[in-house]
Design a binder for this molecule. Structure first.
Ligand code: SAH
Ligand code: DHB
Ligand code: MG
Length: 222
């Protein structure tokens, strides 16, 4: 690490959070209802949602594919960054999560912009048309991240945007004996994406670490 880097502490996170758009009433109510329904509180942070919205606006994305819907928090957030004819196709294996998300998407301001696709993402992604997405967000079971990445790169248009959650492995990236069984899968995936020949990517230290990459088909221009 070079002298240009500041070690980001909890103070910096609080500082940036206090200067970033926070959840509106709908997203607050969604989180409360999600807790009440016993759905895990593992959606992305409001700061990460804003960051992803900025990226989607910058590339003028209309078509987004998300792997891992949970309660619909990130899908609704991303849909809000799209134009009126934009669409988020979000994939979810768990019917309880998909039912909850569908209910909250229907009540939201972006009900016409989000489609929930049920089933294992490894079965659903192969049905999506090649080159049909401007951006993808991968945030489901970590052991299948490499499978999702290769399918998503097929679905993504040239110069499309890749975002992947949990690069910091739930804060356990450097733990010798991590409590979460998915930590080794995150570490293995990080090594794959870091040197992927079709991607120029960087980990952004927001939330639990968010990989951001651009699809480069004709060789890397790093
Ligand atoms: N992106 C969401 C959080 C997703 S949590 C947000 O920020 O709001 C991860 C989700 O992936 C869970 O709902 C889990 O049920 C789902 N999931 C796990 N394995 C999956 C699979 N094989 N295919 C599709 N979804 C899966
Ligand atoms: C977990 C999964 C996530 O995608 C996340 O952002 C946080 C936690 C989990 O499975 O515990
Ligand atoms: Mg996540």
């Amino acid at each position: 690490m070079s002298a240009e880097s500041t070690v980001v502490t909890i103070e910096h996170f609080q500082y940036l959070a206090q200067r970033t758009l926070q959840d509106d009433a709908l997203l607050c109510d969604l989180k409360t209802a999600s807790d009440d329904a016993g759905i895990p509180g593992i959606s992305i942070s409001p700061e990460q949602a804003s960051f992803m919205q900025v990226l989607l606006k910058l590339i003028r994305a209309t078509e987004v594919v998300e792997v891992g819907t949970l309660g619909g928090y990130s899908a609704i957030s991303m849909a809000r960054a799209l134009p009126a004819d934009g669409r988020v196709r979000t994939l979810e294996i768990c019917d309880k999560h998909a039912d909850f998300a569908a209910e909250w998407i229907a009540k939201s301001d972006v009900s016409g912009k989000v489609e929930v696709h049920r089933g294992p993402a490894q079965d659903v992604l192969p049905r999506f048309e090649t080159g049909s997405a401007d951006a993808v967000f991968i945030d489901a079971d970590k052991q299948n991240y490499a499978v999702y990445l290769s399918q998503c790169l097929r679905i993504l248009r040239p110069a499309g945007l890749v975002m992947v959650d949990n690069a910091f492995a739930f804060g356990e990236l450097f733990h010798d004996n991590p409590a979460d069984p998915e930590v080794p899968a995150v570490r293995a995936f990080n090594e794959i994406i870091a040197v992927h020949p079709e991607l120029h990517s960087v980990i952004v230290p927001i939330g639990d670490g968010c990989w951001v990459g651009v699809k480069e088909e004709n060789g890397l221009h790093r």
